[in-house]
Design a protein around this ligand. Structure first.
Ligand code: AMP
Ligand code: MG
Length: 474
């Protein structure tokens, strides 16, 4: 039986400058690695057999109703503007509307061959980044963080050449609320194509913010979603790694897991990405960077305002108010990790003091909070001079918080996608062993449950296992 996808495409109806129609480039011997049956069911997809899924999600066969296209966008990368990026190795197949919620979802192939936006790239992806993104986005979803999802991963049977030599090729199928990025707005603003900009604005509001009727309202809504998103990242020790404006969505979903990583030992300037040499996208900096990114969105929206001077003044005020909104969202999430509602003037101090001790003692971010939630004690911090006093103050404060324990268990995962486990999983898969991938995926689907059989996946890395750098994998 062949796979049925109830496509209902809208992006393909936008003006021609928004994209280039482009079929996928066939691959030699596609094989299905994994298919997300739960997500498919939510999307109203009827899956065919494995061979058929491999044909479709490798791009070898274009399913009925698909209108493959590469989206145009620009973006600020590490602060510098690239007026022309676009899908260089991805194709939007089309959209479906979820039968249960009415939400419109993009289906995108990533690694499906060259497009007019590929520049020097081959349009392909290797197995490592494909499995990494599959695992990380599904883990983020299970953690409760807004994110794009993974529908399928297929190996291509075709080696691709990277610096390290030939690597197994693969294709990821990604599902997203949309792929509209800050960089999509920048693309048309940079070209002074106000008509297209207006069309993009109308489309974005209709799709994501039906309550917004002008750019001020859109910016406000995106600020709210992105502040909440980045606060979420901080609360689970997530480092996106490449927060360029082309990787910042209008929907407020986490997107593009190239060098993304979860922190082991807590340190505010933790950086994993090999190309982030100055720590622009370090853990703690993410709060500042998202404000900067939304300032770029604001600039791109200026031409849509009736009075440009007034627009700049209003947008500047909105952007200037964002750090406080983010700080407030972050404080609530960090407080919840300690069972606090941040209503007491001492609550922020309890959070800050704990983080300081964790930093000084190299305590594991995830496990320290989880231990406090489970037992009220953090063994990693017993050696800290201030730990006793801190603990006494915290315990005293918790007496007024009868629901604290339940709140803490729901805010502190036992399981994150630890870098060393991800790297070990990729090494195994490269040798043809997908068991570690499937096991990690299964465990990370229930990150807040205690899973005694998976204690090895909870442990921080041994010194020789520590991952020093992650790579975009392009
Ligand atoms: P990313 O870092 O994945 O967000 O990609 C930044 C830009 O580089 C986007 O325009 C991508 O489509 C493009 N790109 C990344 N990898 C490749 C590749 N292997 N071939 C062609 N274009 C690529
Ligand atoms: Mg990207």
């Amino acid at each position: 039986m062949s796979t049925q996808i109830p496509f209902d495409n809208s992006y393909a109806r936008l003006p021609a400058q928004f994209f280039t129609r482009q079929p996928a480039t066939p691959v030699a011997a596609p094989r299905l690695i994994v298919f997300n049956h739960d997500l498919a069911a939510q999307m109203g997809i009827t899956p065919g057999d494995e061979a058929d899924l491999a044909q479709i999600f490798s791009g070898n066969q274009t399913p009925d109703g698909a209108e493959p296209l590469a989206q145009a966008y620009a973006g600020h990368q590490f602060g510098g503007f690239s007026p022309q990026l676009g899908d260089g190795r991805a194709l939007l197949l089309g959209e479906v509307v979820r039968p249960d919620t009415g939400q419109r979802l993009d289906i995108q192939l990533k690694g499906s061959g060259p497009t007019p936006y590929s520049r020097m790239g081959d349009g392909r992806a290797w197995l490592g980044p494909v499995l990494r993104e599959y695992l990380l986005c599904e883990a983020m979803h299970a953690l409760g963080v807004p994110t794009t999802r993974a529908l399928a991963a297929v190996s291509t049977g075709q080696p691709i050449l990277r610096e390290a030599g030939p690597l197994p090729g693969a294709i990821l199928t990604r599902v997203a609320a949309s792929h509209i990025r800050v960089g999509t707005f920048e693309y048309f603003a940079a070209r002074r194509d106000t008509q297209a900009l207006q069309a993009l604005f109308d489309y974005t509001c209709a799709r994501h913010y039906p309550g917004a009727s002008d750019p001020v309202m859109l910016l406000d809504a995106v600020i709210a979603r992105q502040a909440e998103l980045v606060a979420h990242w901080h609360a689970i020790g997530f480092i996106h790694g490449v927060m360029n404006t082309d990787n910042t969505t209008l929907s407020g979903e986490t997107i593009d897991y190239g060098p993304a990583a979860f922190m082991d030992a807590y340190h505010p300037v933790t950086v994993y990405s090999s190309i982030d040499r100055n720590g622009r996208y370090a853990y703690d900096n993410q709060s500042r960077v998202i404000v900067w990114n939304l300032a770029q969105l604001a600039s791109a929206l200026v031409p849509l305002m009736p009075d440009q001077d007034e627009a700049i003044e209003i947008f500047t005020n909105q952007i200037n108010a964002m750090p406080d909104r983010l700080l407030a969202a972050r404080a609530l999430r960090m407080g919840a990790k300690l069972g606090l509602d941040m209503a007491d003037p001492g609550d922020q101090g309890l959070v800050d003091m704990l983080l300081k001790m964790m930093q000084d003692h190299g305590a594991d971010f995830t496990n320290t909070f989880r231990a406090l939630a489970e037992t009220g004690d953090a063994p990693d911090l017993r050696a800290a001079q201030d730990y006793g006093a801190w603990s006494a103050r915290w315990q005293q404060r918790l007496q007024a918080r009868p629901m604290a324990r339940a709140q803490m268990l729901a805010a502190n995962p036992a399981f994150i996608a630890r870098n060393h486990r991800v790297e070990q999983m990729i090494s195994a898969a490269t040798q043809g062993d997908f068991a570690p991938f499937h096991r990690l995926l299964q465990v990370l689907q229930r990150p807040y449950d205690s899973q005694p059989d998976a204690a090895d996946l909870q442990a921080p890395p041994q010194p020789h296992e520590v991952v020093q750098a992650t790579f975009c994998g392009t």
